[in-house]
Design a protein around this ligand. Structure first.
Ligand code: TXA
Ligand code: MG
Length: 319
């Protein structure tokens, strides 16, 4: 198992040698390595079993640092960066050649963000290079929102996990690219479409596709726990499936009758979508580890963060 701790210097030593660490962010934990070191980047892909056509996000601590690695920052990207970083926002910007092609899977844009965890920003400031970090889960599985989640799945493969506590946002960053300067959402995430539109006006939504590896990471059956998930009305689904104690449920804010309490995950007793986002991945993991065969889940209200939550639920349920 990896060591879990708050030792920035230790994390720095490992990264300087080309090694990988578990790294906290406000969205999910990442598996981080030196973005400018092609061997470290290759190790990230192999540690996660990630296909090489799925590019990585580069993490930095300042807009000045970003400017060193990209050749152009569109006006609307600047506005979003200034208003929302550090935060759960990733921008796709034209890359400079210093960034290894492996990072971007050969694309001419690089995904960048400034994450919002204090300990990680301190680490990034100490380093002479930015970090690339995909979510720290085996490819296709649910993203980790605690250091322990990272240890459970990748603990045999890495030495150290920097502990930043649990993730305040709980789902991955919103990814925005630019077409002729106009913003396009590539992945819904921790910042809502409404929030983005309030800053830069109308944004388009790029439809995902599982058949187009150039719209990567958007594979339909991402975020899958090991068990089948069925989406719908919980009472109705329970009726259809019938009497069984092998059933687990994910509910938005209220428990349903007839399923044991420990087999039900209530995402947001408060009814707040931000609370549901925080709890979603831990809920999927927890049900995955229980004695059940099937998970039923209901969608949440489809606005604000709810859109990103429903996106993850639908992909977790896709075969
Ligand atoms: O919140 C997050 O974004 C977390 C934390 C660790 O920062 N990271 C994360 O990374 O979710 P990952 O690798 O699990 O997802 C990155 C997504 C992938 O779907 C990838 O295809 C997309 O970003 N991506 C990266 N570079 C891209 C590019 N140049 N064009 C289009 N999509 C890109
Ligand atoms: Mg991921």
């Amino acid at each position: 198992m990896a060591e879990i701790g708050k030792d920035i210097q230790k994390a720095q030593e490992i990264l300087n040698k080309g090694g990988l660490i578990g790294m906290p962010t406000e969205t999910v934990y990442g598996l981080a390595g030196n973005a400018l070191n092609a061997e470290a980047v290759a190790a990230i892909f192999s540690t996660k079993n990630r296909p090489s056509f799925d590019p990585l996000i580069m993490h930095t601590y300042s807009l000045e640092q970003v400017a060193r690695y990209v050749s152009n920052i569109p006006e609307k990207a600047k506005i979003l960066a200034e208003r929302l970083w550090p935060g759960p926002l990733t921008l796709l910007l034209e890359k400079k050649s210093i960034i290894p092609d492996l990072v971007t899977s050969g694309l001419n844009t690089v995904a960048v963000r400034i994450p919002g965890k204090k300990i990680t920003l301190e680490l990034l400031k100490e380093l002479d290079f930015p970090l690339v970090a995909p979510s720290a889960n085996p490819f296709g599985y649910v993203s980790p929102t605690t250091a322990q989640h990272v240890n459970d799945q990748l603990g045999e493969k890495i030495e150290y996990i920097l502990d930043g506590g649990s993730c305040e946002i709980g789902i991955e960053s919103t990814i925005i690219g630019f077409e002729d300067g106009s913003p396009v959402i590539h992945r819904m995430g921790g910042i809502s479409k409404e929030k983005i539109e309030s800053l830069v006006g109308k944004v388009a939504l790029k439809p995902h596709s599982s058949s187009n590896p150039k719209a990567p990471g958007m594979l339909k059956n991402h975020y899958s726990p090991g068990k089948p998930i069925i989406l719908g009305d919980l009472q109705q689904l329970k009726k259809e499936i019938g009497e069984t104690d092998r059933l687990g449920a994910i509910a938005f804010k209220e428990a349903i009758k007839g399923i044991a309490e420990e087999k039900q995950m209530i995402l947001a007793p408060s009814g707040e979508l931000s609370e549901a986002a925080q709890n979603l991945f831990a809920a999927l993991r927890s049900l995955d580890n229980k004695e059940i065969d099937i998970i039923i889940a209901e969608l949440v209200p489809d606005h604000g963060l709810g859109r990103a939550i429903n996106d993850r639920l639908k992909r977790a349920a896709a075969k």
